[in-house]
Design a protein around this ligand. Structure first.
Ligand SMILES: N[C@@H](CCC(=O)N[C@@H](CS)C(=O)NCC(=O)O)C(=O)O
Length: 221
């Protein structure tokens, strides 16, 4: 595994999930180091003092510390599913959509999920705020399997982990909402081999240990 890019990751983090999804789709091997957020390894903090996961350290020492940059890197290496092979106008629309989900949607999601941590957060109001963005996805998904058509795109991959997180705060409430397209789209993701392949459980990585080869070695020589 020596010489592979190193991915500092945390299983349940939606940003790390999207990075793993893109790396798995690219088939590009990395050494995965599972991080516990309250006990981040010194090696990760040295590479990326901003101290968020995911972080990818490339063989030449350069560091990618934003999940979207890691997705772009992976898919630039190899993109057999053509996740970024879309017309420029659609790619631009995807970027804008991802920015909305990383910005206002994520803010409302955190304030809904962790309402007790924010003195001024009203759980129901934050849930409703986030729901407004899902209503936009509901319209986009009308008559389509994925956000931009019949095949998965960068945008689906970048956004689905956040919709999954939102759904799981109160799955009964989520399923009772009038957004059949979003539920169908999320459900297909939840039962997919694609999700399965990035949600394996790993022990916390400790300095001096080997990480885990990711994507898993099955099918490789
Ligand atoms: N903009 C960053 C955000 C990453 C992020 O906020 N990750 C969270 C975990 S989901 C984190 O590492 N937070 C730091 C902490 O909890 O200590 C990205 O896209 O990679």
């Amino acid at each position: 595994m020596a010489g592979l890019p190193i991915l500092y990751s945390f299983r349940r983090c939606p940003y790390a999930m999207r990075a793993r999804l893109a790396i798995a789709a690219s088939g590009e091997p990395v050494e995965l180091r599972e991080v516990v957020l309250r006990d981040k390894p010194a090696e990760m903090l040295e590479a990326s003092p901003k101290a968020t996961v995911p972080v990818l350290v490339l063989a030449d020492g350069s560091v990618l510390e934003e999940s979207r940059d890691i997705m772009d890197w992976a898919l630039a290496q190899n993109d057999p599913e053509r996740l970024i092979d879309w017309p420029a106008a659609e790619l631009e629309a995807m970027r804008l959509l991802i920015e909305t989900f990383d910005g206002p949607l994520k803010m409302a999601l955190d304030r809904y999920k962790y309402a007790t941590r924010y003195a001024d957060a009203d759980e129901t109001a934050e849930r409703a705020k986030a729901a407004g963005y899902l209503a936009e996805l509901e319209v986009m998904l009308d008559g389509k399997s994925y956000l931009f058509g019949e095949r998965m795109s960068l945008a689906d991959m970048a956004i689905l982990p956040f919709v999954r997180q939102y759904a799981h705060v109160d799955i009964d409430w989520f399923r009772a909402q009038d957004w059949p397209n979003v539920i169908r789209w999320l459900d297909a993701f939840l039962v997919s081999d694609r999700l399965d392949a990035v949600m394996a459980k790993y022990e916390q990585w400790k300095s001096g240990e080997r990480g885990v080869l990711f994507p898993a070695a099955e099918g490789r020589v």
